[in-house]
Design a protein around this ligand. Structure first.
Ligand code: IVH
Length: 687
């Protein structure tokens, strides 16, 4: 290729890749398959390696360009990054709208209505369409230069689309993590036995403030633009500004609307409030901004906030109540967890009576004592926690809490290993609490899924010596159950039926159910996908276990210890003799360990046999990507009962749809998924 041709090709590839990136990451509507995109990307990378004189920092191959930093340099914001005044409902909103109307002498004001994302404010500076600097808000006047990290966020364009951008354009918006990304990150953290993030906001902040951009690049960060800072020209309204930013390839919230007057604002607030838990990301309220920029300028600022905007917050999921007592619970692995018993309090619609205090260090750090008034927080489905003590409300004779040095249930010594934050009961399965918890883990939904065998029943069964371990569950009869408190013949029969149904299970569920320390659902799915049977897990060395992608050294030694314990193996044999059986696979060549690598799956509708959670961890363990929405690059849609629009979309795109039976059948030999993919689709899609 002559040099001019090379340069042209490089430019054309960059432009195509930037456009596909935008379609994939920002519009969520890819138009070419992943393989085709990879081909373009590789061609560009190869040309840039061969002709380094054409490599530029704004090439899509250069997202992760810089090496680790020692610290983030400081950046001064030429236009300060202000905050918003808050409203907490209709009364505050009425007052805000009245002030605006009075000042502008107008009857009805047009506002842009936006969601208030719960992440971190960021400023991104583009000069001549190229990203040149990104900075955190900091104190509003000075922030940190996080350019190398922001460049790694796929939804942030390094080069703006089109040609019509102002030569200087400072975009402001929020960096955040959506719920799916947050869960995936914590799943990976769990596998790596690393610290879990408490919520998406902390995960986003922790990820953005990494000194090594290669770490940030692996974190599922996202960005949505909500305004402009410095710019050589700006449109006449906030709404037009957002549309313009979108035309440059910048992502904006899909929930943005124009509303009129207080009724328009309150309708939007209610509508978004109802959909809040169904949005892909967490929000803590909505934001209203006077739409006209002329009117914004007339209104101006008051101290650190604009008079033309307001954040209308949702009712808090944080409330104040009193700690009645601090009890210590014993978990399945003997971990002692202090729990605060609380005066009942309604937090975001749910009555909370207990909250976790995590461990002794946390209690000490927050100095929480019996009798204290405390803030309680509930986020999504997670266990409520005590955030901090309300200052000034302490009872006179309260004492700091001390962790007991013996297990409160079996009185065996409690020990805290060096480097660990938790104390553990040393009683093992002699400790009734550990026994009960490990049986409950075994019966839980994501493990053997024995419906009806809950805490009260398992406690009675253990107290009356009817069961000692999980294998004993399969020897119980309906008569024994019917004789227990609050049980009748009907409930007993239901439990026995659920217990019998649990006998047919999958290897990943069984491994998870065994309750091996450090082996959660994800690790269990990986082990099941990488070992042909439980027997080969028995035979695996620590080194072999460590070599499995996703299994770290700590988990490897726990797994090894577990399967080399005679008592554990005896229990597994007893389960087998009681009729428990699981699907196993034979996969011996290393290439077939991840037979679904490169394939994208969407699960929809109700899956009765294994449930969507297990199915997706199993698929991921086999190397597949499991995503939430159907697009032309989806390879399979697994449609359970009552599958709706995703199934329809898959049909219209000609994507292979499998029902649950076909899916389970293929899972027995996962290599067959590839063969099915190669075959043309028959009218009923049968395999
Ligand atoms: S506008 C001068 N719009 O809320 C106006 N902020 O308390 C500045 N935020 O630091 C902000 N969503 O991090 C604006 N749609 C939105 C927002 C938003 C979230 C955050 C932002 C800011 C804080 C203001």
């Amino acid at each position: 290729m002559i040099m001019e041709g090379v340069e042209k090709r490089i430019q054309s590839l960059r432009q195509q890749i930037n456009e596909h990136n935008h379609k994939y990451h920002v519009l969520d509507a890819p138009v070419i398959p992943d393989a085709e995109y990879d081909r373009l990307f590789h061609e560009l990378a190869e040309l840039e390696t061969r002709y380094p004189e054409y490599t530029t920092s704004d090439s899509p191959t250069q997202r992760v360009g810089a090496g680790p930093l020692q610290q983030f340099p400081e950046v001064a914001h030429e236009i300060p990054m202000l905050s918003l005044n808050n409203a907490f409902g209709e009364t505050d909103m009425n007052a805000f709208d009245r002030r605006v109307r009075e000042k502008l002498r107008k009857e009805a004001i047009v506002y842009t209505a936006e969601t208030k994302l719960d992440g971190l404010a960021i400023s991104i500076l583009y000069e001549n369409g190229r990203l040149i600097r990104a900075a955190t808000r900091g104190d509003g006047n000075r922030g940190e230069n996080v350019t190398a990290n922001v460049r790694t966020i796929r939804t942030v364009p390094i080069v703006l689309l089109g040609q019509d951008w102002p030569p200087v354009l400072e975009v402001r918006g929020e960096v955040f993590m959506n719920r799916e990304g947050f869960e995936r990150l914590n799943w990976e953290q769990e596998l790596a036995t690393a610290k879990l993030f408490a919520n998406p906001r902390n995960a986003a902040a922790g990820s953005l403030r990494q000194l090594d951009p290669t770490i940030t690049a692996r974190r599922p960060l996202r960005f949505l633009a909500y305004g402009i800072g410095r710019a050589s020209s700006i449109p006449g309204s906030q709404y037009e500004t957002l549309q313009l930013l979108r035309s440059f390839g910048l992502p904006i919230s899909q929930e943005t609307r124009l509303v009129t007057g207080i009724s328009g604002c309150m309708n939007y607030y209610e509508e978004i409030g109802k959909r809040r838990d169904h949005l892909p990301y967490e929000i803590d309220g909505v934001v209203f901004k006077v739409n006209s920029i002329t009117e914004q300028n007339q209104l101006g600022f008051i101290s650190r906030a604009p008079r033309w905007a307001i954040a209308c917050k949702f009712p808090p999921r944080e409330e104040i109540t009193r700690v009645l007592d601090i009890e210590v619970q014993v978990g399945r692995t003997g971990a002692l967890t202090p729990v605060a018993r609380l005066e009942p309090v309604n937090v975001g619609g749910v009555t909370v009576t207990n909250a976790t205090l995590h461990n002794a260090d946390e209690i000490k750090r927050k100095d929480i004592r019996i009798g204290d008034r405390v803030y309680i927080r509930r986020a999504g489905d997670v266990i409520p926690e005590v955030v901090r003590v309300v200052p000034g409300g302490r009872v006179a004779d309260s004492k700091p809490f001390e962790m007991p040095d013996r297990c409160p249930v079996c009185h065996s010594p409690a020990r805290r290993s060096p480097g660990e934050v938790v104390s553990r009961c040393s009683g093992g399965l002699v400790c009734p609490a550990q026994r009960i918890q490990s049986i409950l883990h075994f019966t839980s939904r994501k493990a053997m899924n024995i419906d009806g065998l809950g805490e009260k029943l398992v406690e009675q069964l253990c107290d009356r010596d009817l069961i000692q371990d999980v294998a004993d569950l399969y020897e119980l009869n309906a008569g024994q159950l019917a004789a227990l408190d609050r049980m009748g013949e009907k409930s007993a029969a239901r439990v026995i039926n659920a217990r019998d149904n649990s006998k047919h299970t999958s290897l990943d569920r069984l491994i998870y159910a065994l309750g091996i320390r450090e082996v959660g659902e994800a690790a269990a799915a990986i082990l099941a996908a990488n070992f042909e049977s439980l027997e080969s897990l028995y035979l695996a060395s620590i080194e072999e276990l460590e070599n499995v992608p996703g299994i770290g050294p700590v988990s490897a030694s726990r797994i090894y210890e577990f399967f080399h314990n005679k008592e554990n193996r005896r229990i597994i044999e007893r389960l087998r003799s009681a009729g428990v059986y699981w699907e196993t696979e034979s996969m011996d060549a290393p290439e077939v360990l991840l037979p679904l690598k490169g394939m994208t799956f969407v699960l929809t509708g109700t899956l009765h046999e294994m449930g969507r959670d297990s199915a997706s961890s199993l698929l991921r363990g086999l190397g597949a990507r499991v995503v939430g929405s159907v697009s032309p690059v989806t390879n399979f849609v697994i449609a359970g009962e009552a599958a709706g629009s995703k199934r329809d979309k898959a049909e219209s795109l000609g994507i292979r749809i499998l029902d649950e039976r076909e899916f389970l059948e293929l899972l027995k030999t996962p290599e067959r998924f590839a063969t099915v993919l190669d075959r043309p689709i028959t009218p009923n899609n049968s395999v």
